[in-house]
Design a protein around this ligand. Structure first.
Ligand SMILES: [Fe+2]
Length: 331
């Protein structure tokens, strides 16, 4: 019985009143437990009876979830990493929604010292930034067999069962997309509005990171993150995924620390008196959207979303616009 089935079974036996958190229910004004739905092995819940349906809320990011997570049966590796960052939660989620331009500079040292990471600057193949309504964003989206050959080569160091599983995982992914002219391989960073951030690499050896960013005040947020990997992966691959994830986008990893330092410096600078007069610039490539050089050659037929090159700011702009709209403050 998987987690979704257990949850469904347990939910049926809950007493009237749903989840036994009376104080929280009162606070939220909910007289019943949350409405929940399973999707790709994930459980989504909402206390708001007026909220849009899960499909409406997720929009086209559902397609990306189903393609990468649909049938493979993910499991969370043991442990939820929790750490606090300096900075407003929107800064963190803005970063995951579409900030591709900080990567070559902020993470340059990580790419230099960590041989398991590919060279970001010279890597072959297309990389796209994709905006998905209403306010989700995916970055460094790759297509086709990007990453597969490298995975097979690396898996040889782990043994024959690892190579076999990498090949089988690739076959399953291609099979799920066999009728599509363009095939998704993965993405490096992504954001599901408002605060679920995702890494779903085009590699069988890097797992998937689900990163929740909880607001803890105007200038602080707490990060909760889990690393998921396909349940049927050999133990050697799960161990590699755990090591790679821990030293990458994590509270103690090379990538996560780079980002946290950026958030801290930005927050300090934003506190200055002079900054009150400065307007943030989020207009990168605004004049080009929809008319990208070489766009006709992009192999993205049938892929949902608004595609752009690897660096632009549509997802950030729409993230803030949608948030402001929900807050009723207008833009
Ligand atoms: Fe980063």
């Amino acid at each position: 019985m998987d987690l979704c089935q257990r949850w469904q079974a347990h939910r049926g036996s809950l007493p009237p009143g749903g989840v036994p958190w009376p104080a929280r229910r009162r606070l939220l004004g909910a007289d019943r437990g949350p409405e929940g739905r399973c999707r790709g092995g994930l459980i989504f819940g909402s206390w708001d009876r007026e909220a849009p349906s899960l499909e409406e809320y997720l929009g086209d990011i559902c397609w990306y979830f189903d393609t990468l997570f649909g049938d493979d049966g993910l499991e969370a590796l043991p442990g939820c990493q929790r750490y606090t960052i300096v900075g407003n939660w929107k800064l963190f989620c803005d970063n995951f929604a579409g900030d591709g331009y900080h990567v070559p500079t902020s993470h340059a040292s990580a790419f230099q010292v960590d041989a398991t990471r590919r060279n970001y600057a010279v890597r072959a193949g297309h990389r796209f930034m994709v905006h998905l309504a209403p306010a989700h964003g995916l970055g460094a989206v790759t297509l086709g067999a990007d990453g597969y050959d490298g995975d097979v080569e690396r898996a040889r160091e782990l043994g024959a069962d690892a190579v076999e599983w990498v090949q089988e995982r690739h076959r399953r992914l291609q099979d799920r997309q066999k009728n599509r002219p363009s095939k998704l391989a993965g993405w490096t960073w992504g954001q599901c509005f408002p605060n679920l951030n995702l890494q779903a690499f085009d590699s069988a050896l890097r797992g998937h990171l689900f990163i929740l960013c909880h607001p803890k005040g105007p200038d602080s947020a707490e990060i909760w993150q889990w690393c998921f990997v396909e349940r049927d992966a050999p133990r050697s691959i799960k161990a590699l995924v755990a090591r790679t994830a821990t030293r990458g986008q994590s509270g103690t990893g090379l990538i996560g620390i780079d980002d946290s330092e950026n958030f801290e410096r930005i927050t300090e600078n934003m506190r200055t008196v002079a900054n009150r007069e400065i307007v943030s610039h989020y207009a990168m490539t605004l004049e080009l959207e929809g008319r990208w050089p070489g766009q006709a050659e992009w192999p993205v037929t049938g892929l949902p979303g608004f595609f752009g090159p690897s660096m632009w700011e549509t997802s950030q702009r729409r993230f803030y616009r949608y948030w402001a709209q929900l807050m009723g403050i207008g833009v």
